[in-house]
Write a protein that binds this ligand. Structure first.
Ligand code: NAI
Ligand code: MG
Length: 359
């Protein structure tokens, strides 16, 4: 019997609506090629248009509506001319991440063929690692406040929150990932020289976890030199695990080292599978190029690959990634403008989908 994956599809705003059809086209090509079925249900919320009609980003019943899906395939949200960004983001994507306890933010950092790295002399294979970011606590807490507003004594405090549960579960995910990879190498981002309470605790938990993973080589860097080493020695890394804030920074710096933002994917993952995980390109809705049909669809398509990996379709996930790589390596006019070609969102999407069917 064919395995069917039920996917909630939310395209969102701007180029989200243009790259999503290409993500779906590749997903369906992979389903045909690798023998599974996709039941994709599209939702129009988490968009500026929905907000204009309803005065909120999501319908009241969104949680019950989405929770039963196997995964959420997301485009991009945000249209600042109509809805302020903090309203659109907090009203939609961040609700999903928190309510569905997607405590892992996973970003592959991989230099693809056909793309020039801004780091001189780097070629595909030199840069190939993952950033694993804690996505629910840490520095991004709601503990704190503001006192004596508007006076000389004005005081603002925001506390970092690290729980053993929260720290251990992100570390476990990262160690598990490292163990599955060829290099079996985990790097921890810390700052225990300057941040003298939470970061030594983080280091302690890393050590405790490392003791349970004999085969994994573990090291750590303070976040400042770690950032420098992403640029100077990207070949040193395999799996990099970080708290919410450090992970946020590293997960933009890493993909930036691999070229255009249009190709980078991400997963917001609930490894316990108590709720659906969400897969989306790293880029936003790009109002500056929306409506022109020139957005690069690779970030959305690669996100489909990550989603299939999560859903247990490893061959299909690898097939999509290798199709992307072969099309990028062939280069030429098929590529979109950001990659130096003359292709459109749909022509590049169609070329990749055809390459998936040909695997
Ligand atoms: P952005 O990622 O939308 O665009 C940044 C720059 O990269 C723009 O010049 C854009 O044209 C270019 N770009 C982005 N994706 C591209 C693609 N696929 N192909 C070719 N070029 C691409 O970030 P920006 O401009 O800061 O934000 C625009 C809106 O998107 C805002 O409302 C923001 O809140 C939202 N946003 C949403 C995210 C999400 O849904 N996860 C993530 C980042 C931003
Ligand atoms: Mg960020």
């Amino acid at each position: 019997m064919t395995n069917t994956h039920r996917i909630a599809v939310i395209a969102g705003d701007g180029i989200g609506k243009e790259v999503m059809p290409e993500g779906l086209r590749s997903l369906r090509a992979a389903a045909d090629r690798y023998g599974f079925a996709v039941d994709a249900v599209e939702f129009d919320y988490a968009s500026a248009e929905y907000y204009l009609q309803h005065g909120q980003m999501l319908p009241d019943g969104w949680f019950e509506e989405l929770r039963g899906f196997d995964a959420i395939f997301f485009g991009a949200v945000g249209w600042p001319d109509v809805v302020p960004d903090h309203v659109s983001l907090w009203g939609s994507l961040l609700q999903f991440r928190r309510s569905f306890d997607q405590y892992v933010n996973l970003r592959p950092v991989r230099l693809l063929p056909g793309i020039t790295s801004p780091l001189a002399g780097r070629k595909p294979g030199d840069v190939d690692f993952y950033v694993v970011r804690e996505n629910t606590e840490g520095e991004y807490s709601s503990v704190g406040g503001r006192m004596f507003e508007g006076t000389d004594r004005e005081t603002v405090i925001q506390d970092t929150v690290m729980t053993r549960t929260g720290v251990d579960r992100i570390l476990r995910y990262a160690f598990d990932l490292a163990q599955k990879r060829e290099k079996k190498h985990l790097t921890s981002a810390t700052k225990s020289n300057g941040i003298s309470i939470t970061m030594p605790y983080w280091d302690e938990r890393v050590e405790a976890m490392a003791a349970q993973y004999d085969g994994v080589r573990t090291d750590k860097f303070h976040i400042d030199i770690l950032c420098a080493n992403f640029v100077l020695h990207p070949d040193w890394f395999d799996v990099v695990v970080a708290s919410n804030l450090f992970g946020d920074i590293l997960s933009d710096l890493g993909p930036a080292c691999t070229g255009t933002i249009g190709v980078a994917p991400s997963g917001n993952i609930n490894p316990d599978r108590t709720f659906p995980s969400l897969f989306e390109p790293v880029h936003g809705s790009a109002p500056d190029i929306a409506g022109q049909g020139i957005a690069n669809p690779v970030g959305q398509i690669w996100s489909a690959s990550m989603m299939l990996e999560h859903l247990g379709e490893a061959d299909a996930a690898a097939g999509i990634l290798s199709a992307i790589e072969s099309v990028l390596a062939a280069g030429g006019d098929a590529l979109t403008r950001d990659l130096g070609g003359t292709g459109t969102t749909s022509s590049l999407g169609a070329t990749i989908a055809a390459a998936i069917a040909d695997r």
